[in-house]
Design a protein around this ligand. Structure first.
Ligand SMILES: NC(=O)c1ccc[n+]([C@@H]2O[C@H](COP(=O)([O-])OP(=O)(O)OC[C@H]3O[C@@H](n4cnc5c(N)ncnc54)[C@H](OP(=O)(O)O)[C@@H]3O)[C@@H](O)[C@H]2O)c1
Length: 288
């Protein structure tokens, strides 16, 4: 019996942690769909990988929810089951920016986009899953979630008192709420054929924070003193996407390759439920 090639979709695959995760999956024999916002960067990365039969590229600006939705719809149209969806793309925005859809950019890219993409491609995850080997969703969060304060219910997008690091921390806290609430929801359907987990990749030497003025430079310079390589940073994502011993693990938070308790606020099930519902509403109103 031949085992069909496994297929991963990796967002933010043009550089940094996402690119290294994609390379490692190719090395393990997977087919990989690379998602990026810049078609020429994607073409260059794809050519460098020298695996034309196993690499597909898709262009989407994931800070725009309609483009995220279109990406999901295009993947549905292509009908290739997804064994692992790695929601990795993310950024830090200083100062506050609204997207052309009127959504605060950090919340849109780091939280609403992985939320909506996961919902949209759920049929392809179900199509890939078997009872012994569920499909897997990985959401790249951050230890920065521990810095987040409880958000006001009516201002998740930080219209008042925006602080870039707080907005980033909030989006990464929302990643963990999403993972925990989504795992509960799938468990309640009695068909938990998809697992979903969040991961902090470590402090990683990438271009993250660059291009954000003094504070971006400050954070990057500080972090570079202790950073691990992007390939090391990809290890946690890879373990969650591929390790057979984690096939039944869902709704958890990992720091690199080790399961860890997230901050107490991240374990607030009521807030997780409220933010899931608010995110679903926001996603639907923007992508309708
Ligand atoms: N580096 C760290 O120390 C660290 C720590 C904790 C968590 N993280 C998380 O790890 C993830 C990856 O970060 P990284 O360090 O690898 O950063 P990076 O090198 O800046 O890579 C980010 C990736 O996301 C893509 N991206 C950014 N905005 C996008 C958009 N609007 N639409 C589509 N793709 C977009 C980038 O594409 P372009 O090539 O077009 O820019 C790039 O491929 C992020 O979620 C980040 O929050 C990083």
């Amino acid at each position: 019996m031949t085992i069909p090639t496994r297929h991963a979709v990796v967002t933010g695959a043009t550089q940094g942690i996402g690119l290294e995760a994609a390379k490692a999956l190719l090395h393990m024999g997977w087919q990989v769909t690379l998602v990026g916002r810049n078609s020429s960067a994607l073409a260059t990365v794809s050519a460098n990988l020298k695996q034309p039969d196993r690499v597909t590229t898709r262009v989407a600006d994931l800070s725009l929810l309609r483009q995220t939705r279109k990406l999901g719809d295009d993947l549905l149209q292509a009908a290739q089951p997804i064994h692992a969806l790695i929601n990795n793309a993310g950024a830090y925005f200083n100062p506050r920016q609204l997207t052309t859809e009127g959504v605060e950019a950090t919340w849109a890219l780091n939280h609403l986009s992985p939320f909506g993409l996961t919902q949209t491609v759920e049929p392809l995850l179900r199509a890939a899953a078997t009872p012994d080997n569920p499909a897997r969703v990985v959401v790249v969060s951050s230890n920065a979630h521990t810095m987040a304060k409880k958000p006001p219910r009516d201002d998740l997008e930080f219209a008042i008192g925006y602080k870039a690091m707080q907005a980033y921390a909030r989006s990464k806290l929302a990643n963990i709420w999403f993972v925990r609430e989504q795992a509960n929801r799938w468990a309640q359907t009695g068909n938990p054929a998809i697992t979903i987990n969040a991961v902090h990749p470590g402090i990683v030497g990438t271009r993250f924070f660059r291009g954000n003025g003094f504070f971006g430079w400050f954070w990057r310079t500080l972090l570079d003193r202790v950073a691990i390589s992007p390939a090391q940073g990809a290890q946690g994502l890879l373990r969650l996407a591929t390790d057979p011993s984690l096939a039944a693990v869902t709704g958890k938070y990992f720091s690199q390759i080790t399961e860890k308790e997230p901050a107490p606020l991240a374990k607030d099930a009521f807030l997780a439920q409220q933010v899931w519902q608010a995110s679903d509403k926001r996603w639907r109103e923007v992508t309708a």
